[in-house]
Design a protein around this ligand. Structure first.
Ligand code: NAP
Length: 346
């Protein structure tokens, strides 16, 4: 077993790009498994974290290894781990205070992982945890969509949108989505019923009386969602501002809650005017929900949508491409080809 591993590290916020370095392989805590990472996905939160954009919610000590989700093979287990064994093939989204999946190994709590879907490659499985959990928590846990209800999913060809469309259709929703016309074929294939090119059409002028909006944009796009929501409907945003209600549930100090309340005054006013609810979602890692997603994947409900797979050594070009906003679906970093023939545990 080697003692060091390659990892993508930043030394300070706003460093232009992470540096690939040799660092110590983490030691698993009693409840952890040590995973050799085969693939990891790039999410917008990686660049936001690097640039310090989330400091109000997440503050990191430096140096920091980037990366939030992964697929890989268990190579060691902590003394209290009974659910997993060495050799298990898993996928996961690590706790926000323990990120670091742009590396060859990660120590992760056994509660934050699940067995990899047997019908997915490592690259496909690595594309799922963060976006799959976020979509599931928005559509299932918060909205609890019932068949026939109408939902608008903003950015249907993105990492979130491409999975959210599939889950919403599985729940029986009528799905409208925004994307550029270049990606219409993709979102139609994923099951979207109504397609809107955000470059040419204002969604708030063509949609009305929606039960739900999953907002992935924030700003004016989020404010405009109130024009199409029915009274009693729900807008869930993953890109808007956290409000005081979120601050209370997230347990932030009183002064921050107050700051959140001030910053979201306009949204609170729109809630009152329309009778709709605004919820800011900050997704939570969950091995149990990854297990639910594994079953949905193995039943053919959810398919991975991958734009490209990039060798780990080329992380800089992968992050630059992610920043360009041109990807349809996910960008995957591939750490090793060593396990390409390995399947999931029966
Ligand atoms: N709060 C949380 O827990 C949480 C969790 C996950 C993600 N997020 C956030 O959610 C956002 C979306 O994440 P993602 O992974 O889906 O990003 P992504 O993969 O970069 O996707 C962006 C999508 O937005 C579309 N788009 C661009 N401009 C648009 C506009 N004006 N109106 C509507 N759609 C537009 C793009 O379509 P075209 O390519 O066709 O232009 C693309 O489909 C990010 O800000 C991310 O940080 C938050």
């Amino acid at each position: 077993m080697p003692e060091t591993m390659k990892a993508a590290v930043i030394e300070a916020y706003q460093q232009p790009m992470p540096t690939l370095k040799q660092v110590a392989i983490p030691t698993p805590r009693p409840n952890d498994v040590l995973v050799q990472i085969v693939a990891a996905s790039i999410n917008p939160i990686d660049l936001k974290t690097k640039d310090g954009g989330l400091r109000m919610l997440l503050k990191y000590d430096m140096p920091l290894i980037m990366g939030s989700d992964f697929s890989g093979v268990v190579t060691a287990i902590g003394e209290s781990v009974s659910t997993y064994h060495v050799g298990d093939v898993v996928y996961g989204r690590v706790q926000k205070n323990r990120i670091g999946t742009f590396a060859e190994f990660i120590a992760v709590d056994q509660g934050d992982i699940a067995l990899k879907p047997a019908n997915m490659t490592f690259e496909e499985a690595a594309s799922i945890p963060l976006v799959g959990l976020t979509s599931y928590q928005a559509l299932h846990d918060i909205m609890a969509i019932r068949p026939g209800q109408k939902v608008l999913i903003q950015g249907g060809s993105g990492g979130i949108g491409s999975i959210a469309i599939q889950i919403a259709k599985h729940m029986g929703a009528y799905v409208a989505t925004t994307t550029s016309a270049d990606h219409f074929a993709l979102v139609r294939a994923l099951g979207a019923d109504e397609l809107i090119d955000y470059r040419t059409t204002d969604f708030s002028k063509v949609l009305a009386d929606y039960d739900f909006v999953l907002d992935t944009r924030g700003g004016q796009t989020l404010a405009d969602a109130f024009k199409i929501i029915r009274p009693g409907g729900q807008i869930v945003s993953i890109a808007g501002l956290p409000n005081a209600r979120f601050g209370r549930e997230y347990g932030v100090p009183l002064w921050k809650r107050w700051a959140f309340g001030v910053a979201t005054r306009q949204l609170t006013k729109l809630e009152k005017q329309t009778g709709a609810t605004y919820t800011f979602l900050f997704m939570k890692p969950s091995g149990a929900e990854l297990e639910t997603l594994r079953q949905l994947i193995e039943h053919g409900v959810i398919h991975a949508v991958i734009d490209r797979v990039v060798p780990f050594d080329q992380i800089e070009s992968a992050l630059t491409y992610s920043k360009s906003g041109q990807a349809a679906g996910k960008i995957i970093l591939k750490m090793t080809t060593q396990f390409d023939q390995v399947g999931a545990r029966e």
